[in-house]
Write a protein that binds this ligand. Structure first.
Ligand code: CO
Length: 299
């Protein structure tokens, strides 16, 4: 073998041993540092002030359930962050928030995805958080807690929680239409179809439709006609009652759900509360956060 081949082998062996030695950033350097835990609440975000107020309720719950743990916010939507920045309201992206926590020597971070499904937003969050976990000298552990719908149990609990908080004066013939966001591009969109099934099994007059995925309002209209439904409650199946709920669901534009239903002879009553305002739904998110904390190694 000539010298270049040997050199190449040595470089390769050296590279491999470096990789094996690096391991967990802190353990590798033998430094002992104080354990500092943080929760990063990651929501899509909203430009609607009432919706942001609603978001604060889950922050309170997190502080109560995890006393002594730092709780911070990140908005995953760059569009929302840019809009708020123009009003002088600065919200961090998950990446900026994680960089700050890293800089402040936090050792364990659980990022809670306040998304409804493990869709596009969740996956880009997951990818980037995972990359933070690989940085040398950074966190001991950084994990992503699951979004709202992560198991059949979550789906059943979420449906039950939403049906439980409907107005008490709902009559047996009144239907409920839940508005999910939906995704044209992500396979997790199928969870909305599954969720519709869960609602249907609990309450034959409860349907879930989406704005950007499947099923849509058009898919449900014939069923409302068939059931001779005259009144529906419109309920957001999104963390907050933001732009979609206020405009696409309950707005006065001709293509809003309220208007389309009216054209079909159905009266609607919008309930402008996001899922984050439902305590039993927040329980599900808190359980996901607890599961993430359970994965932290004991110091
Ligand atoms: Co949208």
């Amino acid at each position: 073998m000539n010298r270049t081949v040997w050199l190449k082998i040595w470089v390769w062996v050296l590279g491999l041993s470096m990789l094996l030695l690096s391991g967990p950033a802190v353990a590798g350097h033998g430094e002992k540092r104080e354990v500092k835990k943080a929760i990063l609440l990651a929501a899509f975000g909203s430009s609607v002030p009432e919706a942001r107020k609603a978001l604060e309720s889950i922050e309170e719950r997190a502080r109560k359930e995890f006393p002594g743990t730092e709780v911070r916010w990140a908005y995953t939507s760059s569009m929302i962050r840019a809009k708020l920045a123009k009003e002088g309201k600065i919200f961090d992206s998950p990446e900026v928030a994680l960089a700050r926590l890293m800089n402040e020597n936090y050792t364990h971070v659980a990022v809670l995805s306040l998304h409804t499904i493990p869709g596009e937003e969740f996956h880009s969050l997951y990818r980037n958080v995972h990359l933070f976990g690989q940085m040398d000298g950074g966190f001991d552990q950084v994990l992503v807690a699951r979004p709202l719908l992560s198991s059949r149990d979550d789906m059943v609990r979420a449906a039950r929680a939403l049906l439980k908080h409907l107005p008490a004066d709902r009559k047996p013939g009144d239907a409920v239409l839940l508005m999910g966001h939906g995704s044209e591009k992500h396979p997790a969109d199928a969870l909305y179809l599954a969720m519709n099934q869960v609602f249907q099994e609990m309450d034959p007059h409860a349907y879930l439709c989406t704005v950007e995925g499947y099923p849509t309002l058009e898919d449900v209209l014939p069923k409302l006609k068939e059931g001779k439904i005259q009144k529906v409650y419109l309920v957001p199946f999104m963390a907050v009652a933001g732009d979609h709920a206020l405009n696409d669901m309950a707005g006065n534009e001709p293509d809003s759900w309220k208007s389309v239903l009216a054209k079909n002879g159905v009266h609607s009553e919008p309930i402008l509360k996001g899922t984050i305002e439902n305590p039993e739904i927040v329980d599900i998110w808190m359980d996901h956060l607890k599961a993430a904390f359970g994965h932290f190694e004991k110091p």
